[in-house]
Design a protein around this ligand. Structure first.
Ligand SMILES: C=C(C)CCOP(=O)(O)OP(=O)(O)O
Ligand SMILES: [Mg+2]
Ligand SMILES: [Mg+2]
Length: 307
C-alpha cells in the first residue's frame, strides 16, 4: 500500500507503508522472540509465547518505535518498551477472550489461549505477560535515563490499570445487554479499553527520546484520535468482515449485545467519524514535516485496514 500524505501544508511525498510495516513487523517479531525464551516451567512459557508470537499487526510497538524516532531517539532505545506494549496488548487479549469475559474461541486465526492451555494457565499467562512487560522495560532499556524510564513505567501502568484498560473493560462488560448506553459511556469504554494503551505506546516512545512538552502534547492528541478511530473501525469490521479475514469470530458484538458506534449510528456514519478522527490526528503532526510520515501513514492505515 502506498499512501500519499494529504495533510494540508505538508509536501506530497509517497510513503511505502507496506514495506515500512513489513520491516518493522520483522524487527518487532525478532525482538519479541528474543525477549521471551522458553524456560522452566515450560507450560507457562509455551502459553505466553503461543499468544505473543501468534502474529498480529504489531501496531502498538510500531507506533512506539516511530514516535521515538520522530522525537530524535533510536529504534534500539525504544525496542524494550515497544515489546512491552505488545506483551500488555497480548495479555489483554488472552483475558478478554476468556469464558468469563467475551468467551471467544479464535484469535489471530488460531484457537484462543484458554482453548489450548485451559482457563487456569491462560489467566496465569496473562499475569506473566503483564508483570514481565514492566520487568522488560526496567531491565532492558538502554540509552535513556532512569528518570525517563520511570516516567514510561508510570504512564504505561496507568494505561493498563483501572484508570485505563481495566476500567474500560469493566464498563464494557457492565454495559453488555443494556439498551440505553449513551455515547459518553461508549466513549469512556473506547478511550479506556483501547485508546489508553495506544496512547501510551505513542507517548512512551517519545518520552524515552526526551521529547519536548509540546511534542508530547501533539503526540498525545494524535494518539487519542487514532485510538478512538481504531475501536470504531474494529466494531465496523466485526459487522462487515468475515471470521477468516479477522482471525477471530465476527459478529460477536451483536450476539453479546455490546453497544458500539455502528449499533448506535450505523456503519456509514461510524466510518465518517473514524475518518474525521484520523484527519484530526494527522493535523497534530503538521509541524514536523517529512519526519512525521510514518505516523501519518500509520494513522491512515487504521481506517484503511481490513483486519
Ligand atoms: C484492542 C482491540 C480492539 C483488540 C484488537 O487489537 P488489534 O486489532 O491490534 O489486534 P492484533 O492485530 O494485535 O491481533
Ligand atoms: Mg471485549
Ligand atoms: Mg473481545
Amino acid at each position: 500500500m502506498v499512501l500519499t500524505n494529504d495533510t494540508p501544508s505538508q509536501p506530497i511525498v509517497a510513503f511505502d507503508l507496506t514495506a515500512y510495516l513489513r520491516d518493522r513487523q520483522q524487527a518487532v517479531e525478532a525482538a519479541l522472540e528474543r525477549a521471551l525464551p522458553l524456560l522452566y516451567p515450560e507450560t507457562i512459557y509455551e502459553s505466553m509465547r503461543y499468544s505473543l508470537l501468534a502474529g498480529g499487526k504489531r501496531l502498538r510497538p510500531i507506533l512506539c518505535l516511530a514516535s521515538c524516532e520522530l522525537a530524535g531517539g533510536t529504534m534500539e532505545m525504544a525496542m524494550p518498551t515497544a515489546c512491552a506494549m505488545e506483551m500488555l496488548h497480548t495479555m489483554s487479549l488472552i483475558h478478554d477472550d476468556l469464558p468469563a469475559m467475551d468467551n471467544d474461541d479464535y484469535r489471530r486465526g488460531k484457537l484462543t489461549n484458554h482453548k489450548v492451555y485451559g482457563d487456569d494457565i491462560a489467566i496465569l499467562a496473562g499475569d506473566g505477560l503483564l508483570t514481565y512487560a514492566f520487568e522488560h522495560i526496567a531491565d532492558r532499556t538502554q540509552g535513556a535515563s532512569g528518570d525517563r524510564i520511570l516516567q514510561v513505567i508510570v504512564k504505561t501502568a496507568r494505561a493498563v490499570g483501572a484508570a485505563g484498560l481495566v476500567g474500560g473493560q469493566v464498563v464494557d462488560l457492565l454495559s453488555e445487554g443494556k439498551p440505553d448506553v449513551d455515547v459518553a459511556t461508549l466513549n469512556y469504554i473506547h478511550t479506556h479499553k483501547t485508546g489508553a494503551l495506544l496512547e501510551a505506546s505513542v507517548v512512551c516512545g517519545a518520552l524515552l527520546a526526551g521529547a519536548t512538552e509540546t511534542m508530547l502534547q501533539h503526540l498525545g492528541e494524535y494518539a487519542k484520535n487514532i485510538g478512538l478511530a481504531f475501536q470504531i473501525v474494529d466494531d465496523i469490521l466485526d459487522i462487515t468482515a468475515t471470521s477468516e479475514q479477522l482471525g477471530k469470530t465476527s459478529g460477536k458484538d451483536l450476539q453479546a449485545q455490546k453497544v458500539t458506534y455502528p449499533s448506535l449510528w450505523g456503519i456509514e456514519k461510524s466510518r465518517e467519524e473514524s475518518k474525521r478522527l484520523i484527519r484530526q490526528a494527522k493535523a497534530q503532526l503538521q509541524d514536523y514535516g517529512d519526519a512525521a510520515q510514518p505516523l501519518l501513514a500509520l494513522a491512515d492505515f487504521i481506517t484503511a485496514r481490513s483486519y
